[in-house]
Design a binder for this molecule. Structure first.
Ligand SMILES: Cc1cc2nc3c(=O)[nH]c(=O)nc-3n(C[C@H](O)[C@H](O)[C@H](O)COP(=O)(O)OP(=O)(O)OC[C@H]3O[C@@H](n4cnc5c(N)ncnc54)[C@H](O)[C@@H]3O)c2cc1C
Length: 377
């Protein structure tokens, strides 16, 4: 699988990586190929078209892709880990048959909208609400900063079905929404610092009527599943950060060997450059050990909820620091987008927020360390 990923990256992803960053267009062809190669359902059950493999394999694949085009892992992660994780965990057999099979093949693209314009990561203030009217839910409100909008065929959305309990966060339900549903409006794409090529924006609901059987999981109780499903997504952020850091480090190392300063390669002339590269490499190897140690725990069924979140934090932090130092080693040309190194720093910065901010994750981990459980009720 890893060799397949390497070939895919070398032959199909790398040649267009800079172009995707420049145009910001969703890389639909690459996404489709990822589906054909099985990369959209790596850990999903074979019964529903997945490969039924472990998270270590998934991580190795994500790491390879992130070395070349990190945003493709974001497109894949929102689809397979966020939306797919919830469908797999909460879906009825009928829902899985109808949606999960097409998710794994890539025939349908999925998005997952949980962030509201009000409040933040905690969901308590979110105002988008659903009211049951006969056999249908009527939904009003909106979700912001949703990845894969416009290109998605199906949206999994988190909507308030009753007042939200600030401790357990009961009161939020998940729904499956087909793109052509009347009352659904897809906003325009946001221009962003990084992750150019992920279609991010607002989706709005105006008296949108959803059949009752499009409720995903028990009414009002999807946040516990989200705690786990998000952990799957966060787990993937570790290897994604690792891949980004490796790519930026390798570019900086190669540049330091080819850039001549005072008649010798920069690497040999400046001790500070050598020391920076040693530190970068050390951080990468530490992260690698953390990523694959944690993934081994996941595959053995021993993962604690905090660990997935820690992986996302370290993945983002290491990628950001290594990419920032890589730009410094390049000097002026490092600031030019054509060089291709600064995009890793921009993408790493967004990795520290998108999906969940580092601080919100630390808050969750701190609570788990104090009380040892989630939810707290
Ligand atoms: C490019 C991109 C793609 C995204 N894709 C999706 C998507 O597909 N689906 C989706 O639902 N959302 C998506 N998001 C939204 C993302 O998950 C949120 O931006 C993120 O969870 C932070 O929430 P917020 O923006 O509401 O910030 P807030 O929650 O308002 O937080 C603002 C800041 O406050 C601090 N903070 C917040 N909470 C805490 C806390 N508990 N403890 C300490 N400090 C805290 C942090 O510094 C944080 O950065 C995306 C975001 C980006 C940037």
């Amino acid at each position: 699988m890893v060799n397949t990923a390497k070939k895919f990256v070398e032959k199909e992803v790398a040649p267009v990586a800079l172009q995707v960053d420049e145009t910001g267009e969703f890389p639909g062809q690459l996404f489709k190929r990822a589906g054909e190669l099985g990369f959209l359902g790596i850990t999903m059950p074979e019964q529903y078209g997945g490969l039924g493999l472990d998270f270590t394999t998934a991580a190795l694949i994500y790491e390879e892709i992130a070395k070349s085009l990190p945003v493709l892992t974001v497109n894949m992660g929102a689809h397979a880990e966020l939306a797919g994780g919830l469908l797999n965990m909460l879906g009825t057999p009928e829902q899985k048959e109808k949606y999960l099979t097409k998710l794994c093949s890539g025939e349908y693209i999925f998005a997952c909208g949980s962030t509201g314009p009000e409040g933040g990561d905690n969901h308590v203030e979110h105002a988008a609400n659903a009211v049951l009217d006969g056999d249908e839910y009527v939904i009003n409100g909106n979700k912001v900063l949703v990845s894969n909008i416009g290109v998605a065929d199906v949206y999994i959305i988190f909507i308030k079905t009753s007042e939200v309990d600030p401790i357990t966060r009961d009161g939020i339900s998940a729904f499956i929404v087909d793109k052509n549903t009347s009352g659904l409006t897809i906003g325009s794409y946001e221009r962003k610092l990084g992750w150019h090529g992920s279609a991010t924006g607002t989706i709005s609901f105006s008296d949108m009527r959803i059949p009752k059987d499009h409720l995903l999981g028990p009414e009002g109780k999807c946040m516990q599943a989200t705690a786990v499903s998000c952990t799957n997504e966060f787990l993937i952020c570790g290897p994604v950060g690792l891949g980004m850091a490796e790519a930026a480090y390798q570019m900086a190392f190669d540049y330091s060997m080819s850039r001549i300063q005072h008649g010798v390669p920069m690497y040999d002339r400046f001790q500070v450059t050598k020391f920076k590269l040693v530190k970068m490499r050390t951080m990468i190897e530490e992260l690698r050990a953390f990523v694959y140690g944690t993934l081994a725990d996941k595959d053995a069924g021993n993962l604690e909820l905090c660990e997935g979140r820690m992986l996302k934090i370290r993945g983002a932090e290491v990628a950001e620091e290594v990419a920032r130092e890589a730009i410094q080693i390049y000097g002026g040309v490092g600031c030019i987008d054509e060089t291709g190194v600064e995009r890793f720093w921009r993408d790493a910065k967004v990795l520290a927020i998108g999906g969940a901010s580092i601080e919100a994750l630390q808050d969750f981990i701190g609570t788990m360390m104090r009380y040892g459980k989630y939810p707290l009720a």
